[in-house]
Design a protein around this ligand. Structure first.
Ligand code: ARG
Length: 464
């Protein structure tokens, strides 16, 4: 491995196992683009402030540009014997332009450098997650549009509760994903300030211009305290918390998909291209993608706890513990990304078994509330109507009947208020269509929700 920058201070080289243990290049090499563009902005600032000569600045910037291009083109390999990506870029720069390269690290430290790189990287990657979320919302909304009048039982306690439309149920998820986008945007807003120029922790004696680099690198401002600038990883925690909520939403959805695609429900059928067979049972068609999404949720929660725990006992400012931030946040980012990439097309391609939904809706007395409401409209207090309806349900269960198949004579034995119009009142479509309250399950209300989401997707402005 190459000689350390600090070899002058040390009598012995670092133990090989310790060197390995200390190294982060296997995972922070992901940051090469941010590291190089950050360094280019820093060099430009040093030149503009006459901290280094304009000529040196230009030379450094050109060489850094060359390194970036060579890395992008695969012409230059990252040397894994370097401790981290920052050391590698500086070593490569010095290899290319000699002593001039050694001037880059003036008025800077790896502490503000890594904080800068990470903020830039996460900011950019978060935009990709937002666009994947939008695609997922689009897929959900398209299915909702096609199934806005498909009736199925809505559940509480996983017991059939009231009739709803499938479009309504799906749009509940669209609302969750919209909030997820909002949370990511909030996190990016706080993340997008530049720590560069905080240096090791105390700032610097050089006459730097932190706003110059911040602006060049697309930040909205600069961190206000140099100690905070190098020791803050709140932005990783916030992002991981937002990722955890995305995964929680995906996982609930995944759980329903697993249930719905079982023979017991058969409300949907997943497309062959998003299911797998069994190595032994020829009849099987398994919802592996949904299960994996549900399973990977724990990983992302784990990263959140890793970050919170890593930070809780750290004295200010930088501590090497903080090198652990990257694997946690990178893994959760990548997991969310992969899950969303498979989720949207899985939603888009499943087929809906409307008859099965309808059949399930017909069998659980899910229109009992509507029967009670019928009696209320005829003048009975709700509590009395509720009690009578309960007795009718018990009678139906004893007689193996449902509310629709009970005769008017039978109804009249429970209350003289029952007339022939009760059957229309408990018809499932009528039950759904009467739920006209804003945000309710009627087709008109679901159409409104769909329109609201489509409007958001079109203009990309938060509707909250
Ligand atoms: N690889 C280090 C990290 O990821 C970079 C910062 C090193 N700073 C230091 N003082 N050792 O945190």
């Amino acid at each position: 491995s190459m000689e350390k920058l600090w070899a002058g201070r040390f009598a012995k080289a670092l133990d090989e196992t310790a060197d390995d243990f200390n190294s982060s290049i296997s995972f922070d090499s992901k940051l090469y683009r941010q590291d190089i563009t950050g360094s280019m902005a820093h060099a430009a600032m040093l030149g503009a402030r006459n901290i280094i000569s304009g000529e040196d600045a230009e030379k450094i910037i050109a060489a850094l540009q060359g390194i970036l291009e060579d890395l992008d083109a695969g012409k230059l390999q990252i040397d894994r014997s370097c401790e981290d990506i920052h050391m590698f870029v500086e070593a490569e720069l010095t290899k290319r332009i000699g002593d001039t390269g050694k001037r880059l690290h003036t008025a800077r430290s790896r502490n503000d450098q890594v904080a800068l790189d990470l903020r830039m990287y996460l900011r950019d990657e978060t935009h990709k997650i937002i666009s994947l979320l939008k695609d997922t919302i689009r897929a959900v909304t398209e299915q909702a549009e096609q199934n806005k009048d498909a009736i199925l039982p809505g559940y509480t306690h996983l017991q059939r509760a009231q009739p709803i439309t499938f479009g309504h149920h799906l749009m509940a998820y669209a609302m969750m994903f919209l909030r997820d986008i909002g949370r990511l945007r909030d996190a990016v807003k706080r993340m997008n300030v530049s720590p560069l120029g905080s240096c090791a922790l105390a700032g610097t004696t050089y006459d730097t211009d932190r706003r110059f680099t911040a602006e060049k690198l697309g930040f909205d401002g600069i961190t206000a305290n140099s100690i905070d600038g190098v020791s803050d990883r709140d932005f990783c925690v916030e992002l991981c918390a937002a990722f955890s909520l995305i995964m929680m939403h995906l996982s609930r959805f995944a759980e329903e998909i697993v249930l719905w695609s079982s023979w017991e429900f058969k409300f949907i059928e997943l497309d062959d291209s998003f299911t797998t067979g069994s190595s032994i049972m020829p009849q099987k068609k398994n919802p592996d993608m949904a299960e994996l999404v549900r399973g990977k949720t724990g990983r992302v929660y784990g990263s959140l706890i890793t970050l919170l725990t890593m930070l809780k006992g750290l004295p200010l400012a930088y501590n090497k513990d903080m090198q652990e931030d990257k694997e946690a946040v990178f893994d959760s980012l990548e997991t969310v990304q992969k899950c969303l990439e498979v989720f949207a097309p899985m939603i888009r391609t499943f087929t809906v078994c409307r008859e099965n939904m309808r059949r399930a809706a017909q069998q659980g007395f899910i229109n009992a509330t509507d029967l009670a409401d019928y009696l209320v409209k005829k003048g009975l207090p709700f509590r009395s109507a509720y009690k009578i309806t309960g007795q009718i349900v018990a009678y139906c269960i004893r007689e193996k009947k449902v509310l629709e198949t009970l005769s008017l004579e039978e109804y009249k034995t429970f209350s003289p208020l029952f007339e022939n119009d009760l059957y229309e009142a408990i018809r499932l479509e009528a039950c759904v269509d009467r739920r006209i309250s804003e945000g309710g399950t009627s087709v008109a209300s679901v159409e409104k929700q769909i329109a609201q989401v489509m409007e958001f997707l079109k203009h990309d402005e938060s509707i909250y």
